[in-house]
Design a protein around this ligand. Structure first.
Ligand code: ADP
Ligand code: MG
Length: 339
């Protein structure tokens, strides 16, 4: 049974950056305004995320990693109206099947934090040698610290499929950068854990209350920031809210940068990417590429996140119309650039 669960989990969590994305979304769902990430060996040794969100109630800890455990369903009659990212309750369960997972968490009304550890979906003793799986009291701030250690220690075929630690770390930074831009205002940081000193400099660090374009400047460059224009538009049929920061007609990116969020989730969307590539190729100098950060809010009942198990590639209804709408609005905005 564990083997089957492990294989299923390895389909959802294929690499450290997939796991981190789920953890970041959980922290955001918990209302965090500060998210601190620490990474060892490209996330394979350690992926730690500290947030100052709601915390998890002590009573909820025993079932935290059971499949389909979620706090994000009950309040809603209609699942499809759920505004938050995940309501599947599968992320932590999956992670616990392919890594050592521990949680230290404190809600506002607890006087101390509680620490719990998990393996294969169930709570296990925090201390080796103990046979009591109950959470143990400890010091801690309001919010949650989740530590994922030794990812894929029990799924060697997953480990083999990965690239170098450096490559996995680059993917992690990409996820952190994307979420820090999309959730500008939340302070986010990511750094490598360094032996000894706790004050290693962060590779990404954004500030509380910053704006999306500020964070593009901080995480890419001030030069990129200066070259972008803001696009925002809405339509009723099909229902779309578009917000974007895109490079203009004179931009000379060496490689294309596409950050897509659909209903606040960082995704791939091949048809949209192809359309934007074609759109920009009409006027960008040969061999140069655009920068596009683009957020679409769509009717959630029309989005299909299950095109791929990791939910990275999404599909949606009225795709042709929506992609055309985006290109049209971009064209209008770029035509008026500099006015
Ligand atoms: P989902 O996000 O789909 O509900 P997850 O497996 O990602 O499922 O998380 C399970 C539950 O654990 C969440 O519904 C939430 O109640 C709780 N949880 C997870 N991470 C956090 C966090 N950082 N802060 C507060 N609660 C959390
Ligand atoms: Mg989740």
């Amino acid at each position: 049974e564990h083997v089957v669960n492990r294989i299923a989990a390895g389909e959802i969590i294929q690499r450290p950056s997939n796991a981190l994305k789920e953890l970041i979304e959980n922290a955001l769902d918990a209302g965090a305004t500060s998210i601190r990430i620490t990474v060892k060996d490209g996330g394979l040794k350690l992926l730690q995320i500290q947030d100052n969100g709601s915390g998890i109630r002590k009573d909820d800890l025993p079932i935290l990693c059971e499949r389909f455990t979620t706090s994000k369903i009950k309040a809603f009659e209609d699942l499809s109206s759920l505004g938050t990212y995940g309501f599947r309750g599968e992320a932590l369960a999956s992670i616990s099947h392919v890594a050592h997972l521990s949680v230290t968490t404190k809600t506002r009304d607890e006087t101390c934090a509680w620490k719990a550890a998990y393996s294969d979906g169930v709570m296990i003793p925090v201390k080796s040698g103990s046979d009591d799986p109950a959470p143990i009291p400890c010091a801690g701030n309001d919010g949650t610290v989740l530590a994922v250690e030794d990812l894929f220690y029990n799924t060697p075929q997953r480990l083999k499929a990965l690239r170098s630690a450096a490559d996995e770390y680059a993917r992690i930074l990409q996820v952190v950068i994307a979420y820090s831009i999309h959730n500008a205002g939340v302070a986010m940081s990511c750094k490598k854990a360094s032996a000894g000193s706790s004050n290693a400099t962060a590779d990404v660090s954004t500030s509380l209350g910053a704006s999306a374009i500020d964070n593009i400047g901080v995480t890419y460059s001030e030069q990129v920031k200066r070259e972008l224009v803001e696009v925002s538009a809405e339509s009723q049929e099909p229902s779309v809210t578009l917000r974007a920061w895109c490079s203009g007609t004179n931009y000379q990116g060496k490689k294309g940068r596409y950050l897509f969020f659909i209903n606040n989730r960082f995704v791939d969307c091949s048809p949209l990417k192809r359309a934007l590539e074609a759109f920009y190729s009409n006027f960008l100098a040969k061999g140069t590429h655009p920068f596009v950060y683009l957020s679409l809010d769509l009717d959630p009942t029309k989005v299909d996140p299950n095109v791929h198990p990791t939910k990275k590639e999404v599909g949606f209804e009225d795709e042709t119309e929506i992609v055309e709408f985006v290109c049209e609005k971009l064209a209008e905005r770029l035509a008026s650039q500099g006015e």
